[in-house]
Every structure is written in C-alpha cells, then in structure tokens.
Design a protein around this ligand. Sequence first.
Ligand code: PEP
Ligand code: MN
Length: 366
Amino acid sequence: MAEKNLDIIPLYEWGMFTEPKPSVVAGPCSAETEEQVMETAKGLKDMGINVFRAGIWKPRTHPGCFEGIGVEGLKWFQRVKKEYGLKVSTEVASEKHVYECLKYGVDLLWLGARTTANPFLVQEIADALKGTDIPVLVKNPVNADLDLWIGALERLNRAGVKKLGVIHRGFSTFDKIKYRNDPQWQIAIELRSRYPELPFFVDPSHMGGNKDYIHEISQRSLDLGFEGLMIESHCNPSAAWSDAKQQLVPEELSDLLYNKLIVRDVDSDSPEWKENIDQLRAKIDVIDENLLYALGSRMKISRQIGEYKRDNNIAIIQASRWDSLLCKVVEKGKEYGLTENFLNDVFNAIHEASVEIQNEIISKQK
Ligand code: PEP
Ligand code: MN
C-alpha cells in the first residue's frame, strides 16, 4: 500500500475554485456553435458558475458522429473569458491539443477516460505540459483499473503538474445496469484513502448517462466527501450534438446546486454533536472488542477441530457442514437486520481463515 506521495497543490490554491463545496465545472458536452457556447456560458454565469467546460475535440465511439469543432472553438472560449469572466476548460488527448490550449489561454485541462487508459498518450501529454502550471484533472480510465489511473497521475506529477486532480465518471461495463457507467464507488474511495490530498471531482453526467440520475449521483458524491462536480449543461439539451440525454439547462443546474443538494460538513465543533458522537463511538469500540474476542475464541476452537481432524485422518473441508452452517447464519442474521450479501461476505471470510489455520496444522503433520 505504501505508495510514493504525489506532490499536489491544494484545490483552493489553484485560483479558480473556492469553498464552500461543491466546486463546480459546468458546460456543454461539446462546443457546437459560437451562439450555443456564448448562450450557455451566459446562462451559467448568471447561475453563479465560475468554471466553464466544453469538449473541443470529441472522442466518439463511431466514426461519422460529430467529432468536435476543433481549434475554432478555442476562439469562442476567449470570448467566454473576456465577456463573462469565466475560466474555461476542455479535454486534451494529444500534445497538439495541449499546445493549442496553451496558445489560446485555456485555464484547466482534463484527460478523458479513453486517454487515461493509454500510457503512451498520457506520457505525450505530460511531456507537453512540462514547465507550465496549468491545472489538470484526470478522469478514471474506461476500465476499472485503479493502477492505470494512478499511473497517469504519476506521469503528470513527474512532469511537474502539481495542480492535479481526478474526475470519477464510472467504468464501462457490458452488464445491463441503470447507469451508463458503473460507479464502483469502492475504487474511488480507495483512491481517496491512498491520496487524501488529491482534489476529487465526480462527473454524474457521464456516470448516469441521463439527467434523471444527476441528482442522486451528485448527492452520493457529496455524502462521500468529494469536493467537486463536473456537470454537463447546455442551453438547449435536446438539440445537443452529443450526449443530449444527460445535459441540464443552466436553471436546472442551479436548482440542483442551490436547492436540492445537501452539503454535509466533514466535522462539527458543536459540543452537543461532539458529546453524542463520542458516546456512540465508545459503544462501537466496546462492540468491536467483543467481536474480536468472539473471533479469537472461534479461531481457537477451529484450531482444536483441526488437530482433532489431523489425529483422526479426516479431510479439512466437509462442504455439506459449511453449507448448512451458512444457511443457518443467514437466516438468523436476517433477524438482526443484516443483509444476505453482508453475511455471506463476513462468514466466507471467517471460513477461509479457519480453513487456512487447519491447513497449516495438517501440513505440519509428520
Ligand atoms: C466528456 O467529458 O465530454 C467526455 C468525453 O467524458 P469521458 O471521457 O468521461 O467519456
Ligand atoms: Mn459528454
């Protein structure tokens, strides 16, 4: 687990995001026309958004779809900056994209999911960024591979990118699930616990694939303590040239951010809260002690059973005994309000450990 630390400049020192949470990047999936960019940017500015996004080069699944307006759109970005005072951001997938963005004064870059999955491209982009101090957000790779995601962060960080953060947009899956991309929150949580200082955005638009899911995913993200959201917003979503189903009009975005989402504090200084939470945590600590004692005692008996099996030349695993035990435990556990999945996980882990101990005993037999 001990990984090299990343050298990160905190999000609120980047000069474009301020507390309170969430920090928001919003704008259309793609820059389509000058009018669409200006109208959307104006709407977002009026709703208090400070950082505008729009795809200039679009990685599309099939050829022949709209693949982005290209450099022309960067001139519209310059108008957005000048006329509305917004910071502007886009996706880069090659060194050429990086050079164009630097030339036109783009304020924030991100690597898309398909790019993060390709170390050659990530390295090319990292090399092109050497000596600059433009902030970069790295989306998770399309496949659920945490190391590949971390590898991309390391490449950029080694090239000197310190204003570095991530965007979780879920993982591609062949399974039929309700969302366009599978959240697999445990991967995001693992990344956060390895690099707590790394600014963390969630993209509910690409994760959900439908505007109906933006609220629930954004709330989940805030509940998990992530500080940023990247949300697609378009002045006329149903006419969008890409991702029409998942974009909100600026007014809907504002309603979501200011009326619907509940922002929770990480901690509180209130003495009452402190007293109550301390009491509850003390109870948990006692229960954990009891659990440990019970697990230790159970393991001692497993060991005795192992020795007894060894002395009588009996195989370690009797599958039918385990099946009936698990069945009983699941039935009983449900009465305590525990789910079948949880019980299966816990008891399979206990079983595995006890088989391991018995194996050890038998293998030491002369
Ligand atoms: C995007 O943000 O427009 C985009 C293409 O997203 P992703 O890389 O997550 O698919
Ligand atoms: Mn999109």
